[in-house]
Design a protein around this ligand. Structure first.
Ligand code: ZN
Length: 277
């Protein structure tokens, strides 16, 4: 079992998707960003799985204080690096091979063409998340990148889709369903499915997850204790959409048309006008 081969070596969570996809022949090559402190252990595990590895860059990860967003940079990182970029494949990897892979990075890693094209035209992580949030189309829960902000919930390869309703990405994610069961195991897959299908929202531009709520007429009513906050702030890019529900195809019918979010706590009730975004 591929899941046992990975978990007995400490490869769990989203890493199991990225490594398993190469190990199981779903794509020829993969790439992961690993904390520098875990690099030796990671390379040893890849060796045990008979995967060739190549460390291509040393990077520095930081959290932006204003937005709470994660950043990876290679400026000055050779001195103070805390992350390593590692390519892996069943084939032998050397400087020249990886040099060629990097030239067409997205294609090498088997990401959909529309998402590759979109990414090169965007300003990166922060603007893409703001775009995901302000998009009014119904999102596909298998592509729910918001879920991964709260915990290790990713159900796709580690790339940023052009949108959370990208048909190429949705097709690939659906095609990966049986592979995911092999890579993650049934229980982990069920947990992640649940988390990806939950309702997310923005309150004052802060990304939140609603663990429980009721819909009463045009009101979405949630107790303060059932709101899980993230550290991600997206408000600055969103204009008047700073409070809203981020709906996925699995919860759209349940929620329907809502005009207000009502947040209840022991002492107070807040009413927030909401946009369904
Ligand atoms: Zn796409």
């Amino acid at each position: 079992m591929i899941y046992d081969r990975l978990t007995t070596r400490g490869i769990e969570g989203s890493l199991a998707i990225d490594i398993g996809s190469v190990l199981w022949g779903r794509r020829p090559v993969g790439l992961s960003h690993i904390p520098s402190s875990r690099l030796d252990a990671f390379l040893r595990i890849l060796g045990e799985l008979r995967l060739a590895a190549f460390v291509s860059r040393r990077l520095q990860s930081t959290i932006d204080a204003a937005t709470g967003q994660f950043r990876l940079s290679d400026e000055g990182a050779s001195r103070d690096h805390n992350m390593c970029e590692v390519w892996f494949s069943k084939e032998r990897l050397d400087d020249e091979t990886v040099g060629n892979l990097v030239k067409a990075c997205g294609e090498s890693l088997s990401y959909p063409q529309c998402c590759i094209d979109n990414y090169s035209h965007e300003m990166g992580f922060s603007r893409l998340y703001a775009k995901y949030a302000s998009d009014s189309a119904v999102r596909n829960w298998r592509l729910n990148r918001f879920a991964s902000i709260f915990d290790d919930s990713r159900l796709t390869l580690d790339y940023l889709p052009c949108s959370l309703h990208c048909s190429q990405s949705a097709g690939m994610a659906a095609d990966y369903a049986s592979f995911l069961e092999a890579a993650l195991g049934q229980i982990e897959l069920a947990k992640r499915t649940l988390r990806n299908r939950m309702t997310y929202g923005l309150i004052d531009g802060m990304l939140v997850r609603f663990s429980k709520f009721v819909v009463e007429g045009e009101n979405f009513v949630v107790d303060l204790s059932n709101i899980v906050r993230s550290s991600m702030r997206l408000g600055t890019d969103l204009g008047d959409a700073e409070t809203g529900l981020l709906l996925f195809d699995s919860n759209l019918a349940e929620i329907g048309l809502v005009k207000r979010v009502i947040i209840q706590s022991e002492r107070k009730i807040w009413r927030l006008l909401v946009k369904i975004i």
